[in-house]
Design a protein around this ligand. Structure first.
Ligand SMILES: *Cc1c(COP(=O)(O)O)cnc(C)c1O
Length: 428
């Protein structure tokens, strides 16, 4: 009989004794918080199941359509399921949407008209949205080029929304108010649905007609409700993050008011055919499976984040959120305080990859980003960050963002290898 324990296994990998001890202790200390995570995952699992059942998903919906994809019933059923999950009028999930940035860009271009402005009330948007917005030189293709203005209301010193400043920021030309739920690559708290809801209510008090959009990346189904239940007109994100459940090979989704979703889909495809076109080529099954699995995978990732945060705190690192703080996304930010540690941490995570575990991550400037970024992702799907991954731009405060994991055990191993890698370079 094999009586090997988790700790024995870690020791067999030559993980140092103090780390192994922390790993064992973390399992106990974080148990209750992780149980609460599993409970929310169960509630979200039932929500998704109900959505798929009430949309009427059947085996026949998995057959491939080609060409224009007109009358693709599986696509329509999945769109309806997305709408139900977000308690919204409409939704869509498409492999034709290349990324979260693409989904959000389609929503911005679909909504905003020349002469109008976008107002971000959560400070600067995520790095890849900046080239979309454009700036003073109005580069072709950007919102600026098409005569759309941009303003932002910075977050308060403590990283929360300046609710009192919203009224003044809502100038007459504002056509869209933009909020970003997750922290992106900035050291600020991710914003829970309750805080987003309060900000949206304040926007509505002063500008009832304005379109409210939320960059929902990494936030989907971490809490029990979504921003669309509190007045957001459109939310969007990537299918190689939460909602794809690590099954979707690519794609993006949107959910919200019917007209706003239709306008966005017209930017993805073309006016007149936005909702009708989009062959699914046989991908409906894998998208449906990913959606079905996503609450469970998100739960595993969150358990891993809680467990990792506790250990990192014991080692003296500043982490956000703290291990027992409420969470609204799957991101665990870790302040590593040096480039060397960022690189070592990511190299350790890479070693835990099921794919490319022997690859050596190097910092590079990725398309859409300004600073070099170090990324670890031994993932089945290229760049998937619902799978175990870690990354961080090489700029102060030299943080790594740890996220994803298709199983809790995988995240545990990843963190141990990351710590050991830092230790082996005398960085810990
Ligand atoms: C990942 C992310 C995006 C962009 O998504 P991609 O799929 O990488 O294009 C936008 N906003 C936030 C907050 C993100 O985390």
């Amino acid at each position: 009989m094999n009586t090997m324990t988790f700790c024995d296994y870690l020791r067999s990998l030559r993980i140092d004794g103090d780390f192994v001890e922390l790993a064992a202790k973390a399992g106990e200390v974080t148990r209750e918080v992780r149980e609460a995570v599993r409970e929310r995952a169960a509630l979200n699992q039932w929500k998704v199941l109900e959505a798929l059942q009430s949309a009427g998903l059947m085996e026949g919906h998995f057959f491939p359509t080609t060409g224009y994809g007109l009358g693709d019933m599986g696509r329509e059923v999945l769109d309806e399921a997305v709408a139900k999950i977000f308690r919204a009028e409409a939704g869509c999930m498409r492999w034709q949407i290349a990324s979260g940035t693409h989904a959000l860009t389609a929503a911005l271009f679909g909504t905003l008209a020349p002469g109008k402005s976008m107002l971000s009330i959560t400070g600067a948007p995520y790095d890849t949205m900046l080239p979309v917005i454009g700036n003073a030189d109005k580069a072709p293709g950007t919102l600026a080029y098409w005569g759309v203005g941009y303003r932002e209301l910075p977050l308060r010193e403590d990283g929360h929304i300046d609710i009192g400043g919203i009224a003044d920021a809502l100038k007459a030309d504002v056509g869209l108010v933009y909020l970003q739920r997750s922290r992106g690559y900035t050291w600020r708290p991710s914003l829970c649905v309750k805080e987003l809801a309060e900000a949206i209510a304040e926007v509505r008090r002063h500008a009832p007609e304005v379109t409210v959009m939320v960059d929902n990346c990494y936030g989907e189904m971490v809490e029990l409700s979504e921003p669309t239940e509190f007045g957001a007109d459109i939310v969007g994100g990537s299918l190689i993050k939460n909602l794809g459940g690590a099954f979707a090979p690519c794609g993006g989704y949107l959910a919200g008011k019917k007209q706003v979703i239709e306008r966005a889909l017209e930017r993805v495809i073309a006016p007149g055919v936005g909702v009708e076109e989009g062959p699914t080529l046989g991908y409906n099954r894998v998208l449906a499976q990913g959606l079905f699995m996503s609450p469970n995978i998100i739960g595993a990732a969150l358990e891993g984040a809680v467990w990792s945060a506790w250990i990192l705190e014991q080692l003296g690192f500043k982490v956000s959120p703290r291990w027992d703080e409420p969470r609204t996304d799957i991101i665990q930010a870790i302040c590593l305080e040096s480039t060397e540690r960022q690189i070592a941490f990511c190299r350790g995570i890479q070693k835990a990859g099921a794919v490319d575990h022997s690859a050596m991550p190097e910092p590079v400037v990725q398309p859409g980003y300004r600073d070099p970024i170090i990324m670890a992702g031994g993932t089945f799907i290229q760049g998937s960050s619902i799978e175990l991954s870690a990354d961080g731009p090489l700029r102060p405060p030299y943080a790594c963002y740890l996220q994803g994991g298709m199983s809790f055990a995988h995240v545990q191993l990843g963190l141990m290898l990351a710590l050991q890698e830092m230790r082996s370079q005398d960085l810990l």
